[in-house]
Design a binder for this molecule. Structure first.
Ligand code: ADP
Ligand code: MG
Ligand code: MG
Length: 210
């Protein structure tokens, strides 16, 4: 069972890679409006490194697969979002640990640990126009839905909340990160990190569906 969960983690990372590659150009274009244009390439380098490291850990526990993947993600991506994603993936691995089986409460703990890791490291708040504007609605929706005991449908609902919230960041003015000096240009366009978060959680929701 422990090895099977490690393999599920590799499959989940591969689904992230597919959506990041598909949207690499669009994410870069969005980041170029008020940032430095590297969000697509950074996310692609990060997830490619993460998938490669995860595959090298095939046969290991979910904790080992995710901690190695997260380390590689931070290292290969560079940039703010790479550091945040890499650290958060490591945190999920450490939270899940090295057990034979997991239940809905473990899923809830993993999602909360992911969210706490990003807000703890980046210190962004709701409305700052960052990925946190998609992350917090995601985590809240998951926490509310998981009481019903179904991680797959909870994740699906949370991903839809993240996508809606990511699109709504278009109205905001950035207060954190590289986009701040070009704040006016950003109004009317969604935050790239929030959009990639919505895309990634949507791809994961699809990959978790039986
Ligand atoms: P960089 O800004 O270093 O070029 P990216 O372009 O890859 O890195 O990522 C930019 C995204 O990172 C932003 O769109 C935003 O969502 C996210 N971001 C920036 N600063 C923070 C922060 N302090 N907390 C959370 N997310 C942040
Ligand atoms: Mg950038
Ligand atoms: Mg950059």
């Amino acid at each position: 069972a422990a090895v099977a969960l490690g393999r599920s983690a590799i499959a989940a990372l591969e689904s992230i890679r597919a959506t990041v590659e598909e949207h690499e150009q669009a994410l870069g274009d969005l980041d170029a409006i008020a940032g430095d244009g590297d969000h697509g390439i950074g996310m692609r380098r990060g997830i490619e490194g993460a998938v490669a490291a995860a595959r090298e850990s095939d046969g290991e526990s979910v904790q080992t697969v995710l901690t190695r993947a997260g380390e590689a993600w931070s290292e290969k991506a560079g940039g703010t979002s790479g550091a945040l994603w890499g650290t958060a993936v490591i945190t999920v691995g450490l939270t899940l640990g090295n057990r034979e089986s997991y239940d809905a409460q473990d899923a809830a703990r993993a999602v909360q640990a992911f969210a706490d890791s990003i807000t703890g490291l980046g210190k962004a708040e709701l409305g700052d126009k960052t990925m946190v504007d998609a992350l917090l609605p995601f985590a809240e929706t998951f926490a509310a839905q998981i009481a019903g005991g179904d991680p797959v449908s909870s994740f699906d609902a949370a991903a839809r909340a993240a996508t809606t919230a990511a699109e709504a960041t278009a109205e905001l003015r950035p207060r954190k990160g590289r986009a701040r000096p070009l704040a006016e240009k950003s109004v009317g366009h969604a935050d790239p990190g929030a959009i990639s978060f919505g895309l990634i959680t949507t791809a994961l929701a699809e990959s978790f569906r039986p």
